[in-house]
Design a protein around this ligand. Sequence first.
Ligand code: GLA
Ligand code: GLA
Length: 664
Amino acid sequence: MPRRELAWPRGLEGRLCFGGDYNPEQWPERVWVEDVMLMRDAGVNLVTVGVFSWSRLEPREGEFDFEWLDKVLDMLASAGVKANLATPTASPPPWFSFAHPDALPVTREGVRHVHGSRDTFCPSAPAYRQAAVRIASELGRRYADHPALAMWHVHNEYGTWCFCDHVAAAFSSWLQRRYGTLDRLNEAWTTSFWSQSYGDWSHILPPRSTQYVPNPSQLLDFRRFLSDELLARFIEQRDVLRELTPDVPITTNYVLGAWAPANLWAWSQEVDLVSVDHYPGDARPLVTEQETAFVADLARGLGGGRPWLLMEQAPHHITARGYSLPKEPGRMTRLSLSHVARGSRGVMFFQWRASRGGAEQHHSAMVPHAGPASRAFKEVAALGAVLGKIAEADAGTVEAHVALVWDPESWWALRQPGMPAPDLDYDAVARAVHAALWRAGATADIVHPRADLTSYRLVLVPPLYVAADDALANLASYVDRGGVLAAWYLSGSVDLENRIRPGGYAGGLRELLGVRVEEIHPLPGDATVTLTTGETGHRWSELVRAESARVVSKYAAGVLAGQPAITANARGAGSAWYVSTQLDEGGLDRLVRRLVAESGGEPSSSPGLELVRRRSVGADWLFALNHTDADWSVAASGTDLIGGGRVEGLLRVAPGSFGVVREG
Ligand code: GLA
Ligand code: GLA
C-alpha cells in the first residue's frame, strides 16, 4: 500500500506541535481547569490523552465509561488545545489478567508475569488482540467527529517480549511464511550442528531458556518475528481507526534508546507520522547534545527524510545511572530546538503535570511538583513562544552531505551469546561515529543499508555485521560511482541467516575494501592497542591483509605490530576505507574530519556550536545552537526569527543561547 502523506496532526497544519502526555485521570476535576489555563499560558496546542487509561475507560470487561474523557476533550477543544488521542493498550487492567491468564507474558525462563506494572500482556494472545481492537474501535467510534481529535497515538512504545505457547505458534507460522519448507529452515539455521534438525513445524519454539548456547539463526529470526508481530498489533488497531477516521493521522511512539525491540525501518512504512521518544542516558556537557542529534537524525531517517515528531522527552532532568540530574537553565530549550532543527514537527514531553503517586512520581514534568511558579515551568512557557516564531522553518529540508548506515539487525546479532567478544556494541559504535560527525559539524542523514546513496559525499558504515547481498552491492556501487565510504570492523561478516561468509571476516566486503581479515583479536576489558599514527584502539583488533587497499595506519605494538589497522581502497571513481578497531574519541575525530575533508566538506572550527541548515525552494533557515560557554559568531544574513530584525553578515550566538535565521 502506498504511504499516505498525512503528517500533520489535524488542525495544527503550519504550526509546530507543543505539549505532552496529559493524564487528567490522576487528578480531581478542579485541577483540570488550572491545567487548561496553564496550557494556554505556555502555548500548548497538542496533548496526548488516554495513553494509560484502560482501567478507567473499561472498568469491567465490555463496560465502558467515556464520560470523563468527553469532559476532558470538550474542555481541551474549547481552549483550542488539540488531542493526540491514545489507545490504552500498553497497560491492560487487572480484570483482564484474571479473565485471561493465558494472555499474561511469559519470560524466557518460563515465569509468567502478573499485572502491577505496565506492558503486561502477550502480543500474540487472542484475548489480548480482541480486547485491544475492541477498546480502539470504541474510542474511534465515540470520538471520530470530536473537534479536539488531531491524531491517533496507538499504544505506547511497542516492545513487549513473550515466550509463551501463543508466541510459539505465531513464531512457527512466521517461519513457515519465511522459509516455506523445513528443509530450507534447517539449512538456514544450520541445524545440522548439535542435532537440531526439525521434522515438524510445531517443534520449533521461541528461544526459551536452554542448557547451553542457543542457535544464533533462531535467535535472530525470533527478534525479526517479534518486531513483525508487534507491528501486526499496531496495524490491527490502525486499520480500525483509519476506516473510522480516514483524515486523521495515526502514529505510535518509537523507543530510540539502548532498548531496541523493533526494526523501525519496516514500521515507518506503516505510520502516517514517525514519532519518537527520547530519554538520553548521559548528562555530561555536549554528550547529551550529541545523543540528541543522533536520535533526531535517526527519527528523520526512519521517516525517509520526511518530518517527524518528538513525542516525548523529560522536561527538566536527564536520568543517568539512576540519578535524575537537572538540565541546566537553557539546556532543555537548546535540546528541544536541536530536534526541531533536525526535522521534528514540534516538541512534546512526558508529561504535563508531575504525578503525586505511581511508579513515575519522581519523573519531571512541564508543570513540576513545585507548580507553575518555577524556573522549570517558565522555561517551558518560553519554549512555547519560541516555537510560535520559528514554525515556518518546517518547510525546509534538512541539509546533509553525509550518510550513516543504520541496521538494527546487526545490533541484535552482535549482542547475541556465542560471539567472539561479549561486549560488541553496534549502537555504541554507531553513536560514537555520529558524535564525531557532530563534533566535525557535519550533519548526517541516517539511512537504511539499501538506501539510495547517490546524493551523499561520504557514507559511514558502523559494523554492518548482518547484510544481504543487495545491501553490500549497494555500498559497492556507491563507491564505484565516486563516493567515499568507510566501513567498520565485522561489516559484511554474516548473511541474512546469520551464517559466516567465507573468506575471512568482513568477507562480504572483501573486494570493495581490498582487504582480507585473516584473524580476529578482540581486546578484553581495558586492553588497548596503539596505532602508528598515534590513535588508540580498544574492544577489537584484527589481522588484516591488504590486498588492493593502501595502508593508512598500522598497529604499532603487540602481535599485530606492523599489520594494517586502517586501510583505503581506491575503486572505480571512489574509495572505500576500512577501520579494523574501535578508535578512541580523539582518533575517531581525526579520522572523521579527514574523511569529511577528503569528500569535499569543511570540518567545523567551532566545537559545541551546532549549526543545521534547512533548505526549501523559497528560503533557507539556519539554526545555530551554542552549547558552550564561549561566544560564537556565525556567518549569516537574513531575518532573525527569534529577536526580530535583520542579521547582516554575522549572527552572534551568546554562550548557552541560540538563533534561527531565515537567510536571504
Ligand atoms: C566442548 C564440546 C565441543 C565444543 C567445544 C567448544 O569441548 O565437547 O562440542 O562445544 O567444547 O568449546
Ligand atoms: C516512556 C513512556 C512514558 C514514560 C516515560 C518516562 O517514554 O512512554 O509513559 O514512562 O518513558 O520515562
